[in-house]
Design a protein around this ligand. Structure first.
Ligand SMILES: O=C(NC/C=C/[C@H]1O[C@@H](n2cnc(C(F)(F)F)c2)[C@H](O)[C@@H]1O)c1cc([N+](=O)[O-])cc(O)c1O
Ligand SMILES: [Mg+2]
Length: 214
């Protein structure tokens, strides 16, 4: 039977990227998705904005919601200092299996912990299961109707501290209107919009950076 898109992405990485070289993994995926088959990676244009936010913050503890094939996982983990940790949540076991291999090909498995399951099950267990008190940086790129409830859940679980940065993908396309309204109007956040384009297309999209004020 026909392969899946994530399986085709992994094959491209294993064929065209160099083991242990995260940039070559990123470039191989971007080239394939721009010239052969679109996929819902944050992509190179929004990815550069993601890079600049991570580099400026230098986070020790990172949470990613929505691993998919591991493209943004690799983008973030490659910039983390030694000892820093990235926990990435993925609901779909098939996607998780692909992402593990992409992350390993990039040589970043020591910095990344991929956890399979639902956010509402794992967010409340971050402290007792992973020994995480609070996160320094959260990248939201999972189901768009989960951005707001999961943000409220992270608040309620005490996982955000003064200065924690949330960066949300797709705030225009597909869009996350309830999340945007919340972070832009809540007195607990200072929010900034980074205008960009939907990955590998000319459509408008953007990232929303929201700093938790405690
Ligand atoms: O739908 C989009 N993304 C949804 C992404 C969803 C991904 O997040 C995982 N997840 C679900 N729950 C969890 C957690 F964390 F809760 F466990 C993780 C899903 O299994 C999937 O791999 C999307 C769509 C477009 N587009 O143009 O249509 C462009 C994009 O950049 C997109 O991100
Ligand atoms: Mg996205």
């Amino acid at each position: 039977t026909r392969s899946t898109r994530p399986q085709r992405l992994l094959k491209v990485v294993q064929k065209h990227a160099t083991r242990g070289d995260p940039q070559s993994v990123i470039s191989a995926i971007d080239h394939f998705c721009r010239h052969s088959e679109w996929a819902m990676n944050v992509g190179d244009e929004k990815g550069s904005i993601l890079d600049s936010v991570v580099s400026e913050l230098n986070p020790e503890k990172v949470l990613e919601l929505g691993t998919y094939c591991g493209y943004s996982t690799v983008r973030i983990a490659r910039l983390l200092p030694p000892g820093a940790r990235l926990i990435t949540l993925e609901f779909n076991a098939d996607y998780a299996a692909i992402a593990r291999q992409v992350i390993a090909w990039a040589g970043l498995e020591d910095k990344v912990q991929l956890v399979e399951g639902a956010s509402e099950d794992w967010i409340p267990r971050m402290k007792e299961h992973f020994g995480i008190e609070t996160f320094d940086f959260v990248f939201l790129d999972h189901w768009k109707d989960r951005y707001l409830p999961d943000t409220k859940l992270m608040e309620d679980c005490g996982l955000l501290r003064k200065g924690t940065v949330l960066l949300a993908d797709n705030v225009i396309c597909p869009g996350v209107p309830d999340y945007l309204e919340y972070v832009r109007n809540s007195l607990s956040y200072k929010s900034y919009y980074f205008k960009s384009h939907l990955e590998y297309t000319k459509a408008e999209d953007g990232l929303e950076k929201s700093v938790f004020l405690g």
